[in-house]
Design a protein around this ligand. Structure first.
Ligand code: SF4
Length: 218
């Protein structure tokens, strides 16, 4: 007779899976460190609002749990991750400009992995542009599945394939991820997850434009 467990929380199973990937990554990075004699490092850029910054605290927490050390140099980092915002076109243009420079850095260091996530990648037009013009970006994921970073990074290292993993809605809410607080005296909590491209800032901007008659807000 088979027994079906009914009290298992699927979200906690998802968290356990990602913890296993963090351990696999830790072993992988430790091998690399022995081979290269160098600690593996990450560079994380955050361009958005407080919600985006809070997501970055979780991304940094996962990266450090995997064994990466933070680097202040984008050029020398082994893993570069941009956590983006799509509220202004010129913020997006700056990301494309920085991605362009990363192509050059990656030529100098072919083992460098590049990833982009956040609100920009929730837009179909951005995904098309990345697929067409930025083929050297290794991992693209969205706001609803940022907890999958350990799995995506591990898969990317194992297969060397380019990975796109964008969800249009929240499937699981994964709490209790490792976290590195930017400010030890201030902690943020999520009251919502993910971005549906219509964040309150954008809606306020649209209302202001309508009200003032201007075509764009700086
Ligand atoms: S698009 Fe909105 S929700 Fe996303 S990072 Fe920018 S301000 Fe925050």
């Amino acid at each position: 007779m088979s027994i079906t467990k009914t009290n298992e929380n699927p979200d906690s199973i998802v968290l356990e899976q990602q913890k296993e990937y963090m351990q696999k990554m830790k072993a992988h990075l430790s091998d690399l460190e022995q081979k290269t004699g160098k600690k593996q490092t990450y560079f994380l850029l955050t361009t958005g609002c407080q919600m985006n910054a809070h997501d970055s605290e979780k991304l940094a927490g996962m990266l450090q749990a995997m064994g990466f050390a933070e680097s202040s140099s984008e050029e020398k980092a082994d893993f570069v991750l941009y956590n983006t915002c799509c509220i202004r076109e010129n913020a997006e243009d700056k990301i494309y400009g920085r991605l362009g420079r990363l192509k050059y850095y990656k030529k100098q260091n072919p083992h460098m992995k590049i990833a982009i996530c956040g609100c920009m990648t929730q837009q179909d037009v951005v995904i098309e542009k990345l697929q067409k013009s930025y083929k050297y970006v290794d991992i693209v994921f969205g706001t609803f599945n940022l907890y999958k970073l350990p799995e995506l990074l591990y898969e990317s290292l194992e297969t060397n394939d380019t990975l796109f993993d964008i969800w249009k809605e929240q499937k699981e809410i994964v709490e209790d991820l490792p976290i590195v607080y930017e400010n030890p005296f201030q902690a943020s909590v999520n009251i919502m997850y993910g971005c549906d491209n219509f964040c309150s800032y954008k809606n306020k901007s649209a209302q202001m434009l309508e009200f003032t008659g201007f075509k764009a807000l700086a």
